[in-house]
Design a protein around this ligand. Structure first.
Ligand code: 6PG
Length: 244
């Protein structure tokens, strides 16, 4: 039975990123103590940049980074050097700043021209790392997400086919408004995580945040994130929480 989401509101983005970094490390330390590794999926978009910079700047001694396994909850269908690449952003703001073994970084092979093939290849990589058997879904220790102004999360956009995926872990999702595919985790993967953190900042998202958290009938993609046996935390700055 999904548990009630926690909503944490911070005076500024800086306070939010510091607290999110603390929680990231707390979850990581616990996972490494219990299972010898910390499996985390990073979010795309611009908001996570603040968290990455905070982790690299003030939390480098807080975690045994050699035991962290990095994935992405979604990726744009572009090569890793592209300015739009979520991997590139994380590489520049986090991965190159900390002692992380290269073979613990599992980026989406989004340079593969067929987006469906890229998604399949990524799912296979996850099977190889999680070894959770054909029927089961991987249980990430932590999945990081954001929310778009239309209520999308990862690359689960309103009205797209990936919203209905029940079997695959990763799919190529056609996003009409961007005339492109995105490669994204599906709800089963998001909802099998032990912890999900959704980071949202800025007044431009305050209406959608209020709908997502107060209007169960809004039927927004981000409302489909309901960990079955895990914690869901919304990290909001005051501007994003202004209409709650
Ligand atoms: C992406 C994301 C997406 C993102 C939201 C918010 O690849 O774009 O994963 O879901 O989290 O669009 O983006 P911003 O943080 O840039 O507002």
């Amino acid at each position: 039975m999904p548990i009630e989401p926690q909503v944490r509101i911070f005076a500024s983005p800086e306070h939010l990123f510091h607290s999110a970094a603390e929680r990231f490390c707390l979850i990581g330390q616990q996972a490494i103590r219990d299972r010898g590794r910390f499996t985390v999926a990073l979010s795309g978009g611009s908001t996570p940049r603040g968290l990455h910079e905070e982790l690299a700047k003030d939390f480098s001694a807080q975690l045994s980074w050699k035991d962290v396994f990095f994935f992405w909850s979604d990726e744009r269908h572009v090569p890793p050097i592209d300015a739009d690449s979520n991997y590139r952003m994380a590489n520049e703001t986090l991965l190159t700043k900390l002692p992380i073994p290269a073979d613990h970084i599992f980026r989406v092979p989004a340079e593969i021209s067929d987006a469906g093939e890229a998604a399949q290849a990524y799912e296979q990589t996850m099977h190889d790392v999680f070894r959770s058997g054909p029927a089961a879904f991987p249980r990430f220790d932590l999945i990081l997400l954001g929310m778009g102004p239309d209520g999308h999360t990862a690359s689960l956009f309103p009205g797209t086919t990936a919203l209905d995926e029940k079997k695959h872990w990763v799919v190529a999702n056609w996003v009409e408004k961007f005339s492109t595919f995105r490669i994204t985790f599906t709800y089963p993967v998001l909802n099998h995580a032990a912890n999900v953190m959704i980071l949202v900042t800025g007044a431009d998202k305050s209406t959608m945040v209020a709908r997502a958290l107060k209007d169960p009938a809004a039927n927004l993609p981000c409302q489909g994130v309901k960990p079955l046996d895990g914690e869901l935390d919304w990290f909001l700055d005051q501007a994003a929480a202004a209409k709650l």
